[in-house]
Design a protein around this ligand. Structure first.
Ligand code: UD1
Ligand code: CA
Length: 469
């Protein structure tokens, strides 16, 4: 065998003869939400996408997702076309769910069962479990300080596993067992069909429990092995909002540690939430209470002040995002200064050294290098050139109640405070708008436009006085 053949063999071995089934049909009653539980976001991604990712990294020969009603939404959210999808019409238990996947499984390999609501399982652990399933039914277990709600692993006096009992079916003694079933199993496919066919729903929940195949295997003398998960957190399930919050904190802590390991300075690793992908250059500082959603990129030396929200945004090197700034679907050039209290909406593109100050909202506009809007303005559907100064209170009137129109402001123009630019309108290069102008016509380059009414005076004006009763 050549070196590359050997390497290829080693690479493909883990997934050889491996079929992964992800059970994701449960209603998630305790979540009390109309959203299918497996679509609940965890760090911004649907719960089920974590199990799918773990499955994929094993390079299995097939992946099958068992979904319930609302499965189309699950399918759309996950968007994976190379899987088989099976509907479980009634949620009659984990054993019944796996039975639905049987038509998609071979009979000569190993079926690895993952749960859509157990997202943090590590690939290394799964590899160990699959290894243990060569010639045995392999069950992943975990010692829990509080195993309430989990199935318990029951062993004989020699430590040999006998069966799994669900919390609801367990006696008081059995509930004291702290070794819990993670739900994740690797099952030799040769026996799987038989075992599933023999399950009964004669139990507290009137469900076909997958866990009962352990007792069936033991009964027929088929080897059963257990593998212990190293960390409790990798097998935690999401069944309630409380458990979801616990997992969210675990994921966020890990992502904060990861950012710091890459050299990002965080004022407090407990006060940053990344719900997507955050890419940072060198020398980045992030103050407290920041939320990043979707794909966010911070260039070298970017500083983000406290309490900002950034979604699908790119921030150029050396820029400062000051406190309470909201950026969504926008890009900011290098050495820009944004906020405090600025709002950049989708389609906004700011070039280098642009200044956007407090209570300025910009939507679907391009602002070229060195231009400034430092206070109280609305800029929508505009193209703004270089070194333009937008005074306080400026508004682009882009909407007539039916359609949107564009405002163009050319290089070096000066827009006086409290001006309204009624679009479509163009301010020529170097033109000036006097404060308070309501502009309805294009301004030629270099011109001054003023629409201000002349002030008039009434000398020695007496203000009205309050009448006595
Ligand atoms: C299950 C295990 C329990 C284990 C625990 C670990 C069984 C009978 N019990 O209990 O021993 O300690 O997980 O988290 O297996 N599902 C379906 N169809 C169904 C029922 C469930 O697809 O009819 C899916 C759910 O979407 C979920 C997974 O199977 O992803 C587990 O179901 P759930 O109802 O949460 O089981 P637990 O009560 O947590
Ligand atoms: Ca569960």
């Amino acid at each position: 065998m050549t070196f590359s053949q050997a390497k290829k063999k080693a690479e493909t071995r883990a997934g050889d003869g491996l079929d992964v089934v992800i059970l994701a049909a449960g209603q998630g009653k305790r979540m009390n939400s109309p959203l299918p539980k497996v679509l609940t976001p965890l760090a911004g991604k649907p719960l089920v996408s974590y199990a799918i990712r773990a499955a994929k990294s094993l390079s299995p020969r097939s992946v099958c997702v068992v979904h319930g009603h609302g499965g189309d939404a699950v399918r759309r959210a996950v968007g994976a076309s190379d899987f088989s999808w099976v509907l479980q019409e009634t949620q009659s238990g984990t054993g019944h769910a796996l039975l639905q996947a049987m038509p998609h499984l071979e009979r000569d390999g190993i079926a690895l069962v993952l749960f859509g609501d157990v997202p943090l399982i590590r690939v290394e652990t799964l590899e160990k479990l699959v290894e243990a399933a060569h010639g045995a039914l392999a069950v992943l277990t975990v010692e829990l300080s509080d195993p309430t709600g989990y199935g318990r692993i029951l062993r004989d006096g020699h430590g040999k596993i006998l069966r799994i009992v669900e919390q609801k079916d367990a006696s008081e003694d059995e509930r004291r067992v702290r070794e819990a079933n993670t739900g994740i199993m690797a099952i030799p496919e040769v026996r799987l069909g038989d075992w599933l066919a023999r399950l009964s729903n004669d139990n507290a929940q009137k469900e076909y429990y997958l866990t009962d195949i352990v007792a069936l295997a033991v009964e027929e003398g088929f080897p059963v092995r257990t593998v212990q998960a190293e960390c409790e957190c990798e097998v935690l399930g999401v069944n309630s909002p409380k458990e979801l919050a616990t997992l969210e904190r675990i994921v966020q802590r890990a992502s904060a540690e990861d950012l710091m390991a890459r050299g990002v300075r965080l004022a407090d690793p407990a006060r940053i939430d990344v719900r997507g992908e955050l890419h940072c250059g060198r020398g980045v500082f992030i103050d407290v209470n920041n939320v990043f959603e979707g794909a966010v990129e911070l260039g070298d030396d970017v500083e983000v002040g406290p309490n900002c929200f950034l979604r699908d945004a790119t921030i150029g090197a050396g820029s400062r995002i000051a406190a309470f700034t909201h950026i969504d679907g926008a890009s900011v050039g290098a050495e820009a200064s944004i906020g405090p209290y600025a709002r950049l909406r989708p389609g906004t593109e700011l070039k280098e050294k642009v200044h956007v100050g407090n209570f300025v909202e910009i939507k679907k506009s391009r602002v070229d290098a060195g231009s400034k809007a430092n206070h109280l303005a609305y800029i929508g559907d505009a193209i703004i050139g270089r070194r333009v100064n937008i005074g306080a209170g400026t508004i682009t009137c882009n909407y007539d109640g039916a359609n949107k129109f564009q405002t163009v402001i050319e290089d070096d123009a000066f827009i006086g405070s409290d001006s309204q630019l009624v679009a479509p309108v163009r301010v020529g290069q170097g033109a000036t708008l006097g404060a308070g102008t309501t502009l309805t016509r294009d301004v030629p380059a270099g011109a001054l436009a003023v629409t201000r009414a002349k002030a008039s005076f009434v000398a020695a004006w007496k203000r009205p006085t309050k009448k006595e009763d």
